[in-house]
Design a protein around this ligand. Structure first.
Ligand code: BG6
Length: 515
């Protein structure tokens, strides 16, 4: 019999103390605390737990609880019940300290942890701090004896936010620093896309349905497109971070390549963290990074200029707060990649992501080959007015967000005397099928850390393999300034030059359906 699933959604969570470093930041307010509260109110947290905010700002337990309570009321998907929120907040504490300037800060924190009788011994540290603090904090936690070896009775786990490294060399150095002090099994490198229901469903769709899996290969798939388009710009004071990061580090190296891995990987031998991550690493290792001499034919970078998104006029990237007025940071990137393995050799994968685009849409599109012979006329119709058009290939579309679902586009005979075919869609939508809101990615990810399941977190070799793929882009664009930076108006689908990644290949960008 085939092995059963590795984890049960209901496996128990042991009492724990969660320390959030950088606890007064946006991530804590918008994502972490609402997610923790959602877990609490769904009865998924144990009776005993403590959440400690560790930061410099002048709060105490009471004022921190007020701030967190307000955040939960503002950002929780469902309005919290007053009594349940009050119970949750009783487990929330504040530790005021400055880790950067005070070498004794973590030592003092260890002493406090030892004193606080109600703080359970299993320790979960969440590093929601500036990326250059990841290494020093891991070392500091180890030096202060706050993290215990994996063999210890009480567990210690460390969550590291993205970006993990700034390039391949710094990611390797950070991995070395972390792995000098911690075991890989204690490190949870977060990529919140992996916590999204629809992203997890890619594997379920591919490997739980015998009829689809045989389609996913170079014999039938013509090409694959992965799009993560956003309408947002530099809201919430993100200008300085984003100006230093850009689209390659912020989205491509992590979220888009993770989607590619799930779309392209082989079935794992078991549903275990390492079996799944092994398959993802193999995909990344099969990708040929764009060659330095040919960057311009495989990749396009762009930056948004002023424009209109929805009903609002918005400034260009260089006019945003805390962005350099002469910034050359790309806010858009499009790229063609080859996955040179047995299944996918010869199938181009096109990836694109951008800020301030025409619509918010994250999608994976598998475009299939056309039939060898066109027996029918294809028409495109508006009402009853039809025009002859090129045969449309079948497309299988994973809508990661919004309007989460899957659709399959195929040709069907249009009713009438003529034998003409027209495109139709077969649709599955989460909202129509399950009629309930999807859980937030952070709920799932926090729960997985508490259960000790690292399937949805990136492993050290995986993160390095992903950097290896994007490093030639960073070199070409940042070190050698090769290739233009194309402006595109905010509210568009990016620079028209992005079509060039299809040059010598047959294809064009899929336009996500208007919503
Ligand atoms: C984050 C990026 O990781 O993902 C942001 O830093 C981006 O720039 C965000 O906006 C997108 O996430 P989501 O869940 O809104 O698609």
């Amino acid at each position: 019999m085939a092995p059963g699933p590795a984890r049960s959604a209901e496996s128990r969570v042991a009492p724990f103390t969660l320390t959030i470093f950088g606890a007064t930041g946006d991530l804590t307010r918008r994502k972490l605390m609402p997610a923790l509260y959602a877990l609490f109110s769904a009865g998924r947290l144990p009776d005993a737990f403590a959440v400690v905010g560790f930061a410099r700002r002048d709060y105490d337990d009471a004022s921190f609880r007020d701030w967190i309570g307000a955040a939960i009321r503002e950002f929780a998907p469902d309005p919290p019940e007053a009594e349940s929120l009050a119970r949750f907040l009783r487990s929330v504490h504040y530790h005021r300290a400055d880790f950067e300037s005070d070498p004794e800060a973590l030592e003092a924190y260890r002493a406090r942890c030892a004193r606080e009788a109600g703080w359970p011994a299993n320790r979960f540290f969440y590093l929601a701090v500036k990326p250059d603090m990841f290494g020093p904090l891991v070392e500091g936690l180890a030096a202060a004896g706050l993290v215990r070896p994996p063999s210890a009775e009480a567990w210690s786990r460390v969550v590291i936010e993205k970006p993990f490294g700034h390039d391949l060399a710094s990611a390797r150095a950070l991995n070395r620093r972390c792995l000098d002090r911690l075991d890989e099994s204690q490190i949870y490198r977060i990529d919140h896309y992996l916590g999204k229901e629809t992203v997890q469903n890619i594997l379920s769709f591919r490997f739980a349905n015998a009829i689809f899996e045989p389609l996913f290969n170079s014999r039938l798939v013509h090409h694959v497109q992965i799009t993560a388009a956003e309408t947002v710009g530099m809201e919430n004071a993100r200008g300085a971070y984003y100006d230093a990061a850009g689209a390659v580090r912020d989205m491509l190296q992590n979220h888009l390549l993770q989607l590619l891995c799930l779309a392209a990987m082989e079935p794992p031998a078991q549903m275990t963290a390492d079996a799944i991550r092994n398959e993802k690493v193999k995909v990344l290792q099969s990708i040929v990074p764009p060659s330095p001499g040919c960057i311009e034919t495989a990749a396009v970078r762009g930056q948004y200029a002023a424009g209109r998104v929805g009903d609002a006029d918005v400034p260009g990237f260089r006019e945003e707060a805390r962005v350099r007025p002469d910034s050359k940071t790309p806010t858009y990137v499009a790229l063609r990649l080859a996955v040179e393995n047995w299944r996918w050799a010869g199938v181009p994968f096109y990836l694109r992501t951008g800020k301030r685009m025409a619509a918010r849409a994250t999608e994976i599109v598998f475009q299939f080959r056309t039939p060898p012979l066109q027996l029918f006329e294809t028409v495109a119709c508006v009402g009853d007015v039809c025009d002859l058009t090129r045969a449309k290939p079948n497309r299988l579309i994973f809508r990661i967000q919004p309007r989460e679902g899957i659709s399959l586009r195929f040709s069907a005979k249009r009713p009438g005397a003529a034998i003409q075919v027209e495109d139709v869609d077969m649709n599955f939508g989460y909202a129509e099928t399950w009629r309930r809101a999807l859980p937030e990615a952070y709920e799932r990810l926090l729960l997985d850390v508490l259960r000790g399941d690292s399937t949805l977190f990136t492993r050290s070799d995986e993160v390095e393999a992903a950097w290896r793929i994007v490093q030639p882009l960073l070199d070409a664009w940042e070190r050698h300034d090769i290739g233009a930076l194309y402006p595109y108006p905010a509210g568009s689908w990016g620079p028209t030059q992005a079509d060039c990644v299809f040059e010598h290949y047959d294809g064009d960008w899929h336009v996500p359906a208007a919503r």
